[in-house]
Every structure is written in structure tokens, then in C-alpha cells.
Design a protein around this ligand. Sequence first.
Ligand SMILES: Cc1cc2nc3c(=O)[nH]c(=O)nc-3n(C[C@H](O)[C@H](O)[C@H](O)COP(=O)(O)OP(=O)(O)OC[C@H]3O[C@@H](n4cnc5c(N)ncnc54)[C@H](O)[C@@H]3O)c2cc1C
Length: 509
Amino acid sequence: MLMTADDYRESLRRYNPRVFVNGLQVTSVVDEPLLSPGINGVGVTYDFAHQDKYRDWLTATQSTSGQLVNRMLHINESSDDLLKKLEAVRAVCAESGCAQRYLSHDALNGLYQATQQTDANHGTDYHSRFLEYLHRVQDEDLTLGVAMTDAKGDRSKRPGLQSNLDVYVHIKERRPDGIVIRGTKAIVTGAPYMHEFLVMPCRTHTPEDADFAVACAVPVDAEGVTIVAKPAGRPGEAAAKFSAKYGQSTGVVIFDDVFVPHKHVFLAGETEEGGFLTTSYANHHRHSCIGARAGFGDLLIGAGALMTEANGLDPDKHGHIRDAMVELITITESFYACGIAASVYPTHDPSGVMMPNPVYANIGKLLLATKIYDMHRVAHYVSGGLVVALPGPDEDHNPETQVDLLDVLGANPNVPAAERVEVSRFIEDLTASHQGGWYSMISLHGGGSPEAMKREIWRNYPVMEKTELVERLLDRGVLDNGQKVSKQPGRCCAKGCEPPEAIGGSESE
Ligand SMILES: Cc1cc2nc3c(=O)[nH]c(=O)nc-3n(C[C@H](O)[C@H](O)[C@H](O)COP(=O)(O)OP(=O)(O)OC[C@H]3O[C@@H](n4cnc5c(N)ncnc54)[C@H](O)[C@@H]3O)c2cc1C
């Protein structure tokens, strides 16, 4: 069943999670105004699946069940799937800033692969459990929060050496019917209004830390789960032209001896496969992040163009404004192009899952992580200082001030001053408010900090092919010495280097 946004809102009433926001306990998540921009954002992924314009991107057929499912819960099997997922994520995030639900998708794909690999290596039955879970999640059209990033404690120490073991989620007890987990996941987007959490390891673990290599599904209101969250976006703020409607909450999720039945356990101590799960999730997720931030780029490009017009400037006549806008377009479309390349040159995982090409996916994510600050700069450059200097909406028609601000803050005679002010507040909201900072930080650290991408690019990039190319052009390393082709100078033939015979005349010719 494909839910609508309204169905999704209603479905949240079936859950009763323990949630705190701003120090107060939330009695009903769906009725809490401080969370409503986040629920609206997730809702976009539901409603777009019913719209003709987006149906092809936002829905897909799950081959293992034959069912039509929301794209955000689908397992990729082709390059076309990857492209459609990318377009879908861009569309929902252009509408909502961040729609969260692509994280559900990325985790499901990573788990599909990792459970198969674990079964193949250890003779376990994780994959059949997972498949049953996947089909239920798809049938019920659920939204899953990704509980991966542990609190981590002292970054220089591995989990088992932390003074407080609860800075990482771990298995505390193994029972005949399941496991008991405890610990803290520090950053979970949309935590209060998820249906369930997918708990996964955020790093590779050594065999001594086997109990930290755990992956499982936990309902948001399971006994022992507490969510301490921030408000979603800027609810109720009149100046927040975007974030009063859309924006994601993030929550710290505390697992205090939470029982997980076997049917929802997908990894329990297999450290090598835990590392594989982290990496494959990250690969899917970085590919999705490219779509998400391209959607954010769409918002800035549109707002920058409107602000330029409201200021009375024509980019065709004012080259520096056009250049700035072209820079914004180039940044957005260049990292998006990496997402397309990652979809067009994918990697086949033995499980049948189609993986985005890891080099292009990581380069795209690395680009957006660092270029997000340039995107903000360009939006500020073309707009002017009003973006942060504009008094609040309550002053727009204050009878006490000498002038009506809207009378004096107009620029282009063809654009009403109120519209200039509105776009100005929109840009402030997306780039210079605390919500603007949220978008920078999710771009920089979401899906892993830049160092993680650099490691993956270096690990996967075929540097050897390039050295072989240059060596071939230099006539090096092309002869077989009988055992292997040597690339070392002076070892280019089986007998060792011999001085070339002089061909007539003197050697100096
Ligand atoms: C808005 C937002 C939403 C997010 N949503 C989710 C979510 O839904 N689910 C989820 O699981 N996660 C989520 N994340 C978390 C994200 O994946 C992490 O922020 C990211 O992996 C970095 O982890 P960290 O924040 O703990 O920073 P740290 O790991 O502390 O990194 C800080 C810096 O220290 C460096 N560093 C860290 N450890 C070491 C080390 N051992 N040696 C050398 N250098 C080190 C890093 O490279 C980095 O430069 C979200 C993050 C943000 C900002």
C-alpha cells in the first residue's frame, strides 16, 4: 500500500515513542508543532509517489515480491534504478530541503547486501529474516530512521576501550529468543517521527569488539528507547520563509537495554561483514546525498535569480552577477553529474544489488561537502547584505517607525518590495540562519566526514592503470622477464639491461 502524506501522519498515531524536545516530553509527535516541518518533509516522499509528474521516479517494482513500492524503500537492480533514485531524491529535497527518507533506502540496500554476504560466509539465516522484514516495511510503506552514528566518545580509542561503553550501541546480552542492546546513537535525522530505526555499526570493528558489530530493526517506541531531539526547522517563525514549513529534526537516540527479537536482528558480532555494511551503506548514501544537495542547489539557484531580479539587475547586462550565478549552477550540476556517472557506471554486487560507482559517488559527495560553503557565498554575493540585515516581519508595517519599511526597501520597480523582502528572508533562512548552518553541516558531515570520502576515492581509484599508461608511453615495464613484468628501471628484460647496440655513426648523433 502506497501511503499519502496524510496517511503517514495518521500512521504515526499508532506509535507512542518517548520523545523530548527543548526539555519537555512530547505527548503526541504528530500534533507537536515543533516537529511538524520534519513530518511535512517526509510527507513529500509519500505524496510525490501519487503524482503523475513524479510517479516513475518515486515508485518501483520490488522483484523479490513483485509489489509496487515507494522508491525510498526499493532495492536497486539496475543503472536505471540508480538514476531514478537520484532524480527522486533531488525532486523531494528541492521541495522540502531534506526529506530524510532516502536514508531508509540506503540502509535497506546496504543490509540486503550485508545479510547475504554474512550468510555466505557464516551459514547464518540473516538474509531470509531481512527479506521478510523488507517486504513488511514495503507493504506498510514505513519510514525508517538510520541509527548509525554512535556517540563514539574519545575518537582516538576503539569502542571496547572507552571509559563508558554506552557511547557505542552494543549487544549487552544474547538470549535464546533475541539480543539486548544498549548504548547511544548521537545523530539520527527525523528520529521522533520515524516508524522504526535501523541500528547499524558506524565503523569497522576489530574481533575484540564483536559485540559492537550489531545491526537490527527497532520500533521507535520499543521499551527502553528514548529520543532527545531538536525542533524540526524553524516552526512558528514568521521570518522562516522555508523552514517554518520544512526542515528536519535530529535526535540523540538512547537504547537502554532494548530487547530485539531474532527476526529483527541482521548482524550480531560478525565484524568483517559489519565493516562491509558500513561501507556499502555509505556508498548508497553518498550517492543519495548528491541528489539531496542538488535539490538544495535548485532552491539557491531559483532564489538567487529572483533576488537579482528584485534588486533590479539583469545578469545578461551585469557580467559579475551572471558569473556568480554560473558558478552556483556549475557547482550544483558538477556534483550532480558525478551522481549520474555513478549510476551509469555502477558496480554489480554478488547479492544482485546495483551499487553506485564508488569513485564517482564519493567524489560527488566530497565536492558537495566542501562546495556547500561556496554555494552559500554565491547566494550572499548576488543578494546583498539585506539577507541578514532585514528587520523582522513584525516591523514590516510598524506604525511607530517613521516609514513603512516596505515603502523604502523596494528596488526593481517591477517587483513589489514585499516580494524582495520575502526572497531575502528565504535566502537568510536557507543560508544564514541556524537552519542554514544545518544545511552546511549535513552537507559536510552527513554520510561521513570528507576524510572518509577521500579514503574511499583513493582505495577504489585505479591509479595503477594510470601508472601503467605512463610507463607504456615511456616504454617501461613492457617486457616479460620470465616470471613477471618488471616495472623497475634496469629490469626491463629477462637478462637485465643491456646497452643498446650502436647503430652506425657515433653514439652522440
Ligand atoms: C544534520 C546531520 C544529520 C545527520 N543524520 C544522520 C542520521 O540520520 N543517521 C546517522 O547515523 N548519522 C547522521 N549524521 C551523522 C554523520 O554521519 C556524522 O556527523 C559523520 O559521520 C561524522 O561523525 P561525527 O559527527 O561524530 O564527527 P567526528 O567523527 O567526531 O569527526 C569530526 C572530525 O574528526 C575527524 N576524526 C574523527 N575520528 C577520528 C579518528 N579516529 N582519527 C582521526 N580523525 C578523526 C573526522 O575526520 C572529522 O574531521 C548526521 C549528521 C548531521 C550533521
